[in-house]
Design a protein around this ligand. Structure first.
Ligand SMILES: [Zn+2]
Length: 411
């Protein structure tokens, strides 16, 4: 049996006035996703427990068949897996966004989708200013060490290395704010709180002066690009421990994604990471290349998961037309070719599902069930016709908690 999972990140949404009262999934022309529903079944699953924040970290764990309430420790430790940064038992990883704050408001959580090339020197400046051992307050106790690691685009990582004698100051009670969920809002209301928050607030405040006259920012300004005004620290956590996917479910998996979070989550459960040239994690990604690599990966994996970030990014930008376009590209260049290839292997199943909702109205992630579509061997038609939120809402098949969907999908 071969399995394919396609994740159009954040595609689930609400009816839009600009789309004549339709959701992006309804407005988009999606013949292949609709065909999966017609051959099989459309249902709904809830990938985000009420006590956690709706985002790809929590929701992807659910989608991959893991209960986030059992295994989730934070976003950053999932990304460090993909970045090849090892975390010891006393270490914490913290997401270190490059952001654009203006007039004390969160204007852009991506600093103008800053390139990795532009971002790296800014992160290096943070490392030389604040990296290394923290000063010891009373001269006796050991303190942790800070490491700033450049990542992809605005997504960088701060690691706090602690030890048994000098544990990190953070706990489960440390609260931080995903910057993508506070567009244009006053940042003062959303600064880190709880244990260790003084250190995080201090680094965020001090990064402003490190960045203000940095040559890279001056160059970006001269080019008319958004500058990174500061870092935003959030998504902290210690290393999670999970059982390998193969041990729990059987199939040997591969993950294709341009974002470290989803790659890292796949790698954490033992899936092989496959990198696709031209995959950007943005609206300009090479959809057809992802389809081709997905097909190629089927030859030596039982399960291939292709994740596409573009619909989520379009939602964060509030662009309904771009969201519709991204969905149509995914349908034509990824779902279509995979759907055509799968029967050549004999028995197969395919699942299309976003991780979570991202609504154009709020330009932020949202709680609630998402629609999924499954077709293939042993899945009989439920008589539904199109892949969208309405079909899912009326469906008999529902998974809450959403991590139970994986076992059903694998049959
Ligand atoms: Zn998002």
């Amino acid at each position: 049996m071969k399995y394919v999972i396609v994740i159009p990140d954040g595609c689930a949404d609400e009816p839009q006035a600009v789309l004549n009262g339709q959701t992006p999934l309804q407005a988009a022309n999606l013949p292949n996703m609709d065909r999966i529903v017609q051959m099989g079944v459309c249902g709904r699953s809830n990938n985000v427990p009420a006590s956690l924040t709706p985002a790809s970290d929590v929701a992807t764990l659910s989608l991959f068949g893991y209960d986030p309430l059992q295994v989730y420790t934070g976003r950053a430790p999932l990304e460090t897996v993909a970045m090849g940064i090892p975390l010891g038992p006393h270490d914490w990883a913290i997401r270190c966004n490059l952001v654009h704050v203006d007039n004390e408001q969160m204007r852009d959580f991506t600093a103008g989708h800053i390139t990795s090339e532009d971002g790296a020197p800014l992160i290096a400046a943070m490392q030389s200013a604040f990296g290394g051992p923290l000063p010891t307050g009373d001269g006796s106790s050991l303190r942790g060490t800070l490491e700033f690691h450049p990542g992809v685009s605005y997504r960088n990582i701060l690691v706090y290395r602690g030890s048994a004698d000098a544990p990190a100051p953070f706990t489960a009670a440390t609260k931080t704010q995903p910057p993508h969920d506070i567009p244009d809002r006053a940042i003062a209301d959303y600064l880190p709180k709880g244990p260790g928050s003084e250190l995080l607030q201090d680094l965020m405040a001090k990064s402003r002066s490190v960045f203000a006259q940095h040559p890279m920012n001056l160059a970006r300004k001269a080019r008319g690009e958004k500058v990174a005004t500061q870092v935003w620290l959030w998504g902290q956590g210690h290393a999670p421990s999970v059982r390998p996917f193969t041990e729990i479910y059987g199939p040997r998996g591969a993950i294709i994604s341009a974002v470290d979070l989803v790659r890292g989550t796949g790698m954490l459960i033992g899936w092989k990471r496959i990198d696709v040239p031209g995959a950007t994690g943005y609206l300009d990604t090479d959809y057809a290349a992802k389809g081709r690599y997905g097909i190629a990966a089927l030859a030596d994996h039982d399960l291939v998961c292709v994740h596409i970030e573009a619909p989520d990014e379009a939602s964060h930008e509030g662009r309904a037309d771009a969201k519709v376009k991204a969905l149509e590209e995914i349908d034509e260049h990824i779902v279509g070719p995979l759907l055509k290839e799968l029967p050549k292997y004999g028995d197969y199943r395919i699942l299309v599902s976003p991780d979570h909702r991202t609504t154009l109205r709020t330009r932020a992630h949202a709680y609630g069930a998402v629609p999924f579509a499954i077709a293939g061997t042993g899945v009989s038609s439920a008589g539904q016709s199109s892949y969208d939120e309405g079909t899912a809402e009326r469906a008999a098949l529902a998974f809450d908690p959403g991590h139970e969907l994986m076992r059903w999908f694998l049959g």
